[in-house]
Design a protein around this ligand. Structure first.
Ligand code: NAD
Length: 493
């Protein structure tokens, strides 16, 4: 089997090769204990930091080739985030690895207990094209920190990034334990036939289902980092200019809307919508100028399929006449300008799927409370945003909207907070990572109970008597009084 990635033919990689790869990793890297040692983990993490520092120019170039991604976005949102994740792991790894003491109960007295984090073993990471470095390396950091051997399968839709990842991993990391397999569906399918100890997949829900079905054959646990429609509720009690700047940064400033946590649509009231649109237009022009198709600060659309998909959303007759800003396209250069659609019906095509591009529909409501019905009638989003100073509205939003994450008065930046988990819920995914959550995502939490040979109570051994039953019930209930009562009654059978 051979696949073409960009203009490059990738070496044949079928089921036999995949099987051999997994066997080799299991024997050489994992069973030998190589990946478990603290020093191995630290060396690999340090090497990732070095790799990022040394290769900044190459990474920026690859991102430009694949997506015309602006240098600032590539440097900060990919390399910067990767280096931060490594630094957090390097600083905290000793604490994360240390077994965690746990309380024991009277039932097991005398005893002590702890939770030991052990690596799963051999993990497969399948990543997506939109943040090809971050979404590949960030999970790898968690897998390494937890002591696993790893195979990374980058996305074939970002071919320059995929081949640079393969080159850099071979150059900087321990290739006997950390491998990159480039390829598309045939290669990924061959990998998925194998028995892994954990699989992490980032991408759309359709393929997510294929990955889960393959994992189910081996009862392999999965982390699913999926997408969906992320709503942004805009109330009138706000600093409008700041709100619109933050909304633009999360929408068009994140890979021109091709980001899983970009605001997908806005919910606001009929009364407030005109003011909001005016402010959005002003700030968009301030950021990207008048000719936004030519802006160097906006990524292009990844490929012609996605360009056609986005064009179709605009061609839907249910949104005809709704474009109030933008709408310009350049098919040859795969560019679409920031586009705002006002008063979009809920049954339009653009509201039926994740947009994943520079189009922003605005839905108009009679009052802001209606936004809860709109959001909660759809699938659970990966992120949900609200702009308001209203304390009650904020509280209601946090308590009644189910989403992977929520940000109040900003968009997307929760991704940079390593002390909170990043992941979806329902159709937007399962499992989470970032910071300690990445270490936990790739560790099995093993319960260990220690007992000695002293204090061997006869209570749990036959012959079972009424006294033993009463005493055991009292011990399990944990009440001192009940234990005394059982003892007292026990002395007069
Ligand atoms: P993609 O096309 O790059 O696919 C993702 C991976 O799946 C790739 O490695 C690809 O080779 C593999 N793949 C594709 N078809 C396959 C098949 N039939 N069998 C096995 N593997 C297959 O990326 P995409 O799906 O277009 O990514 C966009 C989606 O991902 C959006 O829905 C977005 O919201 C979501 N996403 C989520 C996150 C997150 O962190 N939750 C991050 C980025 C993207």
């Amino acid at each position: 089997m051979a696949t073409t990635i960009g203009e490059k033919k990738v070496t044949v990689f079928g089921e036999e090769e995949a099987k051999q790869l997994v066997n080799e990793l299991r024997v050489v890297a994992y069973d030998s204990g190589r990946t478990r040692s603290y020093s191995w983990r630290v060396t690999q993490l340090k090497n990732i930091v070095r790799m990022c520092d040394d290769s900044e120019k190459e990474v920026v170039e690859a991102l430009y080739k694949d997506l015309a991604k602006p240098e600032l976005e590539g440097t900060l949102y990919e390399l910067g985030m990767i280096k931060n994740a490594c630094k957090v792991a390097l600083k905290e790894l000793k604490n994360w690895i240390r077994p965690e003491k746990a309380k024991t109960s009277l039932t097991t007295f005398p005893s002590s207990a702890e939770i030991v984090s052990e690596p799963f073993g051999i993990v497969l990471i399948i990543s997506a094209w939109n943040y090809p470095f971050l979404l590949s390396i960030d999970p790898v950091i968690g897998a390494i920190a937890a002591g696993n051997a790893v195979v990374l399968k980058p996305s074939e839709l970002a071919p320059a990034s995929s081949s640079l990842l393969a080159k850099l991993f071979a150059q900087y990391l321990d290739t006997s334990a950390i491998k990159v397999v480039e390829g598309a569906v045939p290669e990924t399918s061959a990998l998925l036939e194998q028995k892994w100890d954990k699989i992490m997949y980032t991408g759309n829900g359709r393929v997510g289902r294929i990955v889960m079905a393959a994992a189910a054959k081996h009862l392999t646990p999965v982390i699913m980092e999926l997408g969906g429609k992320c709503p942004a509720v805009v109330d009138s009690d706000i600093n409008l200019q700041v709100a619109m700047r933050r909304l633009i940064a999360g929408k068009w400033g994140c890979n021109n809307g091709q980001a899983c946590i970009s605001p997908d649509y806005i919910l606001t009231t009929k009364d407030y919508a005109p003011k909001l649109v005016d402010a959005l237009k002003t700030e968009l022009e301030r950021f990207y100028g008048k000719n936004q198709l030519e802006s160097k600060d906006l990524s292009r659309i990844v490929n012609s399929n996605h360009f056609a998909r986005l064009s179709k959303l605009l061609d839907d007759e249910k949104v005809s006449g709704k474009i109030v800003y933008g709408g310009e396209k350049d098919e040859e250069k795969l560019r679409i300008a920031p586009t705002i659609l006002l008063d979009v019906p809920r049954d339009s095509l653009i509201m039926s799927e994740e947009i994943f591009g520079p189009l922003l529909p605005i839905l108009m409501l009679n009052n802001i409370d209606e936004s809860f019905d709109v959001i909660n009638s759809g699938t659970k989003p990966l992120a949900a945003y609200i702009f308001t100073n209203n304390k009650k509205l904020k509280e209601k939003f946090v308590m009644s909207v189910s989403a992977g994450g929520i940000v109040v008065n900003d968009t997307t930046i929760h991704l940079a907070v390593h002390t909170v988990p990043f992941g979806g819920v329902g159709e937007s995914g399962m499992g989470s990572y970032h910071g300690k959550f990445s270490f936990d995502a790739f560790s099995h939490k093993k319960a260990v109970l220690y007992r000695s040979f002293i204090g061997d109570a006869a209570l749990r051994y036959p012959p079972y008597t009424g006294f033993k039953l009463r005493m055991m019930k009292a011990l399990m209930g944990g009440s001192f009084l009940a234990i005394l009562r059982a003892l007292f009654r026990g002395s007069k059978p």
